[in-house]
Design a protein around this ligand. Sequence first.
Ligand code: SAM
Length: 232
Amino acid sequence: MSEESSAVFRAGLAQLGLSQQHEEAFLLYRRELLDWNTRFNLTAIKEPEEVLLKHFLDSLTLLQAYDKQKDIRLLDIGTGPGFPGLPLKIARPDWKVTLIEATGKKTIFLQHIVDLLQLKNVEIIHGRAEDIAHKRNYRGTFDLVTARAVSALAALLECSAPFCRIGGSIILPKKGEMGEEFLQGKRAASLLGTRLKADLPVTLVGLDDGRRLLHWEQYKACPHSIPAPGPY
Ligand code: SAM
């Protein structure tokens, strides 16, 4: 890796209190991601340095908004090759992590990483969030729900809120000015039992370029009719 990105990545890990052991896990994950990507088209980000910052560190920014509880249940919707769910699991091994992904080949890669890094308490679900959200053992059960780069804010909230327990959090990373998308998201939230708790700028070294974390609170149960059948 280039000296500069390596240093920025390390500085970011240090800012989050993560160690060399974490860094080693991330380097293994990157090696497999780039190798599998030549056959399975898992990510558009192909530069090794960019994987460190735009996938791993960007996923970890969520810890700036939420980082207290042990043993929490985290759900990552549309995780693709694991972002942000798997970097968060590497950083917080006590968390119970569920990953939902609609594309089968990506779930095979996810299982490979979980096995390689010997991660415990990770559940990988191959399916669509709008279907799984109606299953009783998933509905209203997660402490923290996240999704990165899956759809526009209103649709993301509609997919996320049904999974979140009352009093739980939904944290959605976004970038830059969102204009109408933000207003539509807030309107959708009011129908979902969700309200905006905080809009936090990301302040990690190397990622202070307008990234933000929209932190929503599930203050009452989401109506049963939601989500409507997809696709989202
Ligand atoms: N979250 C990852 C990231 O930030 O790199 C992947 C983003 S990728 C652009 C969007 C992913 O969401 C794809 O892998 C797609 O298969 C998945 N996806 C889209 N809609 C979904 C749905 N309704 N349920 C589950 N997965 C979905």
